[in-house]
Design a protein around this ligand. Structure first.
Ligand code: NAI
Ligand code: 13P
Length: 341
């Protein structure tokens, strides 16, 4: 059937960039946000100066602070608010939604009660609707400049996968598809932790070999966790896993990397978060993954080290150094038969 109308929930950088791609693709896109001044400037000046300064948005993109104006009758609703607000925000408009309307999460985080990923939260609130997840190496500020990027739409619903591919694909944005919703979403949430660790390493001026070792061992640790959670770690080899891990571990445009960098420079977590002024999901994800790993006995030295640095003031240099003395682990342990390693 295809998507003709879309609501985008959230006025931050990724919500705005998603809404702008949809508008560029001639889809009637309405962004819902709380701040009337930002809504006015999207409608009148076609900019979101707070989150995407200097970027000219498509004039057909509309913004509203009235949720019903955005969601009633929309073919698809993109959920793009920070994870700690997702349940409240979607519950607030649930009474306005009918079962054929699709919901797609772009939010990369975890709800601590029950260790739920955002599509699982959406599924609890909307048990009868098509649900999907959009995740990949997608720094909003680059996409806003129309630099080439790829992403993944994951859903069990093949119609929704195809509709989202059509709605978002354009000459600067390529949408791949997956039916492994949990694997795609878990990769997007976990990589934020390792972007923080990579920020430590960069701030401390460690070498390129060190950076590479950290990224690769991050993938090993994420995969070990995925395996223990019953997910398929091979999904981490795609854009939503390796792709997103690499970009957020290497780019100062990543807010999680910037939090790690600030801590590596000796700032406190509170200072780092205040300076950032945007969401860094990895901070809370680190808390929840560390608790889960402890409860379940999963070996995650980078998570444990990062947790000590963020919450107990430990030396960020010890996270990378800890790898040199840790329990010997095999290289690609999730892909090789256990008896060979
Ligand atoms: N910015 C990026 O490059 C990307 C971000 N994401 C993910 O998208 C999600 C949103 O991130 P961004 O847009 O970057 O965040 P942001 O920090 O740029 O903006 C968050 C927006 O949500 C709004 N918000 C917060 N709580 C709210 C509530 N209770 N009700 C209504 N609005 C609320 C804020 O006012 C702000 O407009 C995050 O989970 C992030 O990990 C995913 C891909 C790329
Ligand atoms: O998820 C992202 C890029 O894919 C954005 O990362 P940050 O939230 O660290 O900026």
């Amino acid at each position: 059937m295809g998507i003709r109308t879309a609501a985008i929930i959230g006025g931050g950088s990724f919500g705005t960039v998603t809404a702008n791609i949809l508008a560029d693709n001639n889809i009637q896109a309405i962004q819902w946000l709380r701040n009337q001044d930002i809504a006015d400037s999207i409608n009148q000046q076609h900019v979101n100066e707070q989150y995407l300064p200097g970027i000219a948005l498509n004039p057909s993109l509309k913004a509203t602070t009235a949720i019903e104006e955005a969601v009633v009758g929309a073919d698809v609703i993109f959920v793009s608010v920070p994870s700690k607000s997702v349940r409240d925000v979607i519950s607030g408009f649930a009474h306005l939604i009918s079962p054929q309307q699709a919901l797609v999460s772009t939010t990369k985080g975890i709800e601590p009660d029950g260790f739920l990923l955002m599509s699982q939260v959406i599924r609890e609130v909307f048990p009868d609707n098509p649900v999907g997840v959009l995740s990949g190496p997608n720094l909003a500020k680059e996409i806003a400049r129309k630099e080439l990027a790829g992403t993944v739409i994951a859903s069990e619903n093949s119609d929704l996968r195809r509709d989202i591919q059509e709605a978002l694909s354009c000459d600067y944005f390529r949408v791949y598809a997956s039916n492994d919703v949990y694997g795609v979403e878990l990769g997007g949430a976990l990589k934020n932790i390792y972007a923080i660790v990579s920020g430590f390493v960069a701030a401390l001026g460690m070498g390129e070999n060190t950076k590479s070792m950290i990224i690769t061992r991050s993938l090993a640790e994420m995969s070990r966790f995925a395996d223990a959670m019953g997910a398929n770690p091979l999904t981490f080899l795609g854009l939503s896993g390796v792709g997103d891990l690499v970009v957020t571990c290497m780019s100062p445009l990543s807010r999680n990397f910037r939090v790690g960098y600030a801590i590596g420079q000796g700032k406190t977590l509170d200072q780092a978060i205040e300076e950032l002024g945007e969401v860094a999901e990895g901070v809370n994800t680190l808390r929840y993954v560390r608790a889960k790993a402890e409860d379940s006995g999963i070996y995650m030295p980078l998570v444990m080290g990062a947790y000590e640095c963020l919450f107990h003031g430990a030396d960020p240099g010890m996270v990378a150094r800890g790898l040199m003395t840790g329990e010997h682990a095999s290289d690609v342990e999730f892909a090789l038969p256990k008896h060979e390693i």
